[in-house]
Ligand binder design. Structure first.
Ligand SMILES: C[S@@+](CC[C@H](N)C(=O)[O-])C[C@H]1O[C@@H](n2cnc3c(N)ncnc32)[C@H](O)[C@@H]1O
Length: 468
């Protein structure tokens, strides 16, 4: 069983007694395992990609509460979303529907049989046909009706995936979370993490904050009251839709969320929001973008795809595939009018130079930031401070090398097809990549702090401040 704290993820054939998983997740996992013993459909086999039942994810939403209440582990969990990952290849529709209906009944019975009864807010099926454990963001989702649901929300959400969300609270803000959107499982520690990042970012009313890889908007929204404006960038469309909703329900008006891969839009966004005339050769990989175009696309540095390890590389390709639509959202406004509205000073001057302090807080997945994002951040002269939140020290070090290595006297052209690079460590690779970084002032690492978001596990978050 994998997972920790208030989220449990279990491959269906594995034991369910894991000390790091919440009691509620363990209880649902054992209900599920009992159900599987009588299922006419097979458990998915990861070695030959056959079978049906793949994985159960238990996501828990919390009532707003003080830290002390949380010591009674699980007591303040008010909502639970169960997401069952299956592989429907070759499965007859009638068998499928009857098994899913039976499963919903078993979960409901399991929830009510517990004393006190377990919350059950939403039950979602994710159809994932690929071999990787991680389903692509566009894997089809289907919300199942919960028979006689005891929960206070989600009942009306049957068959309506848009409503299959749970709620949680960070820094007294409410967050709606979709089934596939990322959300830190240890919300109390996340509160500390985000506030530390905000302190180090040296925020103020004249700050423009880029929240890169923003998920449901947590970092930007919790820091919005400390800055002039937040621009969040996130590739998961459900998470971006959550971020918009979260801004709305918390009455926050100075945040914009853009649905795109950061590597596709970062250079153009920096240009748009900071309005600094840049020579094309300063950011060689940023193609000219039309400010009126809601789909901002930049030429990507693909050299990393050729040299990263095979697993990383295939993840990248997977992500490329799911993000191919490259959608962009601007809170329902035309980008240009939105920019002008957001950035109009009191005198009516629409210049975007009003933000004296430009800061990025980046919180990428384990693979780290894409080289194109690194290049855009490093080569934009107005970005003086960067706070890097990382769940993987290896990619943090690699990205920091590229951000901090002084420019070479003579920039080397990257050799995209050098096979020897395949065997390099990510740090070694980063040192090579740094040699082809365009002339630009390097950042310097100022301080770093580990924040233990995952107690009793070997995992830890690291926050690093980079300045120049
Ligand atoms: C570690 S999570 C952080 C989310 C958010 N900052 C939080 O604390 O809840 C990383 C996020 O990056 C998003 N992501 C992954 N690759 C991305 C990319 N290339 N461009 C933009 N977002 C990406 C993921 O969907 C995920 O929401």
């Amino acid at each position: 069983m994998l997972g920790n704290f208030r989220e449990g993820v279990t491959a269906v054939e594995e034991p369910v007694d894991c000390p790091n998983v919440s009691p509620i997740a363990c209880k649902y996992a054992s209900v599920f395992q009992q159900f599987l013993q009588h299922s006419s459909l097979q458990i998915w086999n990861r070695f030959n990609n056959t079978g049906f039942w793949r994985q159960l994810t238990v996501r828990e939403g919390r009532k707003p509460g003080k830290a002390a209440e949380v010591e009674n582990f699980g007591a303040n969990i008010s909502e639970v979303l169960l997401m069952v990952q299956v592989c429907t290849v070759g499965i007859d529709d009638e068998v499928l529907n009857s098994e899913l209906e039976r499963m919903a009944q078993v979960f409901t019975a399991g929830a009510t049989a517990n004393s006190p009864s377990l919350p059950l807010t939403a039950l979602v099926i994710q159809d994932h046909k690929g071999i990787s454990n991680v389903a692509p963001a566009d894997a089809p989702l289907r919300s199942l009706p919960i028979p006689k649901a005891e929960s206070d929300s989600g009942q009306d959400a049957a068959n309506n995936i848009v409503e299959a969300r749970i709620r949680d609270y960070i820094s007294n803000l409410q967050f709606c979370i979709s089934p596939t959107a990322f959300f830190q499982v240890n919300t109390l520690a996340a509160e500390k993490l985000y506030s530390l990042a905000g302190d180090w970012a040296d925020l103020g009313p004249d700050t423009l904050l880029f929240d890169i890889c923003c998920g449901t908007g947590t970092i930007g929204l919790t820091l919005a009251h400390r800055v002039g404006m937040v621009v969040g960038i996130e590739m998961n469309a459900s998470a971006v839709s959550d971020a918009h909703r979260n801004a709305e329900i918390n009455g926050i008006k100075n945040c914009r969320f853009i649905c795109a891969k950061a590597e596709d839009v970062m250079g153009s966004l920096l240009k748009q929001y900071l309005n600094v005339p840049q020579k094309q050769d300063e950011i060689p990989n940023a193609s000219e973008s039309n400010d009126k175009d809601t789909t901002i696309t930049e030429e990507k540095d693909t050299s990393m795809d050729n040299v990263s390890d095979p697993e990383e590389s295939s993840n990248h390709k997977l992500e490329n595939a799911k993000g191919a639509s490259g959608c962009a959202e601007y809170g329902g406004q035309e980008p240009e009018s939105h920019l002008q509205k957001s950035c109009t000073s009191e005198s009516g001057n629409t210049s975007m130079q009003q933000f004296k302090n430009v800061v990025a807080i980046v919180d990428p997945p384990r693979g780290g930031l894409h080289p194109t994002v690194i290049k855009a951040l490093r080569t934009h002269p107005r970005l003086r401070r960067l706070v890097y939140i990382s769940c993987n020290p290896e990619s943090l070090v690699a990205n920091a090398i590229e951000l901090c290595t002084p420019s070479a006297d003579k920039t080397e052209k990257g050799n995209k097809n050098n096979r020897a690079w395949r065997n390099m460590s990510s740090a070694g690779l980063a040192r090579h990549r740094a040699k082809s970084m365009p002339q630009s002032e390097p950042f310097r690492p100022v301080k770093a702090m580990a924040v233990d978001l995952f107690p009793h596990t070997p995992h830890c978050e690291m926050v690093m401040l980079l300045e120049r």
